[in-house]
Design a protein around this ligand. Structure first.
Ligand SMILES: NC(=O)c1ccc[n+]([C@@H]2O[C@H](COP(=O)([O-])OP(=O)(O)OC[C@H]3O[C@@H](n4cnc5c(N)ncnc54)[C@H](OP(=O)(O)O)[C@@H]3O)[C@@H](O)[C@H]2O)c1
Length: 252
């Protein structure tokens, strides 16, 4: 069985030789780290013989940690606080090193909270389910960086078409609004579109007090997207959650 697994893994790795562009969207795993970099040596030797020209690793703004409300650009010191964020930073470095070894530049995109059709405040309200643990932790934040999935696509496309020697880009929108504000806006959109849909919102899940203590211990930051706009010339389709949520509800 181990031989069979090894063969499968090698087969998968070997297919990478054919590709010119590699986008890594796999998050790190606690206790393991980056699942692909686990096989770093095989990966390196395979990619050395291949045609890779562009590599991008999707990371997270969590690598900055608690910044006391500061404006955070890509030169701001990283200070990840939890294990996942530490593994994330290690994964960034791992991909940068690997790309350097094979003679290409890797790009690290530090994403804010991703939202889009099927995964947004509008969807959460319509489902009327409880918030996930990570959503609860963000409830009382003054600033929450987010980005619409269409704008991640824009940034990726720009990075492919305008090769740059820069390594790290924050990919967030212009409006790091508090989650409560975003939900209030989403609720308004839903009520206007389907007046009878929401029956009981006297105590919406994102206003529950039970997790506030936990939430306030998390770090605040305002993440800057100036480098992405200046160097990749990205014009955000959704600079604020408002247009992003409107486009989502219009498509429903
Ligand atoms: N969602 C956010 O708000 C947010 C914010 C900042 C950064 N990020 C990061 O941006 C990246 C993309 O985000 P996302 O929300 O699209 O993530 P996601 O929904 O968790 O998707 C991750 C992808 O990685 C694959 N994957 C996970 N473990 C794997 C493994 N061991 N081997 C192979 N494939 C594996 C998953 O495959 P399956 O579908 O087969 O499971 C899935 O396609 C992730 O690294 C995420 O952590 C996300």
């Amino acid at each position: 069985m181990p031989n069979c697994l090894w063969f499968l893994r090698m087969n998968t790795m070997n297919t990478l030789k054919c590709y010119t562009h590699l986008l890594v969207s796999i998050p790190p795993v606690v206790g393991i780290g980056d699942p692909m970099l686990q096989h770093g040596e095989i990966l390196r030797s395979v990619l050395m013989e291949g045609n890779l020209q562009w590599l991008c690793y999707l990371s997270s703004t969590s690598v900055y940690g608690d910044c006391g409300g500061a404006c955070v650009d890509e030169d701001y010191p990283t200070n990840p606080v939890n294990e996942l964020a530490k593994l994330r930073l290690a994964a960034e470095q791992g991909w940068l090193n690997l790309a350097h070894d094979i003679g290409i530049a890797a790009h690290i995109f530090r994403l804010g909270g991703i939202y889009g059709p099927g995964r947004s405040a509008v969807d959460t309200i319509i489902k009327q389910g409880p918030l996930s643990e990570s959503q609860k932790l963000r409830v009382t934040r003054q600033f929450t960086s987010r980005v619409h999935v269409a704008d991640i696509y824009q940034a990726l496309k720009a990075s492919i078409h305008m090769p740059s020697s820069r390594r790290v880009y924050n990919v967030v929108d212009d409006d790091p609004a508090p989650r409560k504000e975003v939900f209030a806006y989403a609720l308004d959109l839903v009520e206007k579109k389907w007046p009878a849909l929401i029956k009981d919102f006297t105590s919406p899940p994102w206003e529950a007090d039970s997790f506030i203590q936990k939430a306030t211990s998390r770090g605040e930051k305002q993440v800057s997207n100036a480098r992405m706009k200046k160097e990749l010339a990205v014009k955000l389709l959704h600079p604020s959650y408002k247009s992003g949520l409107q486009s989502i509800i219009e498509q429903m």
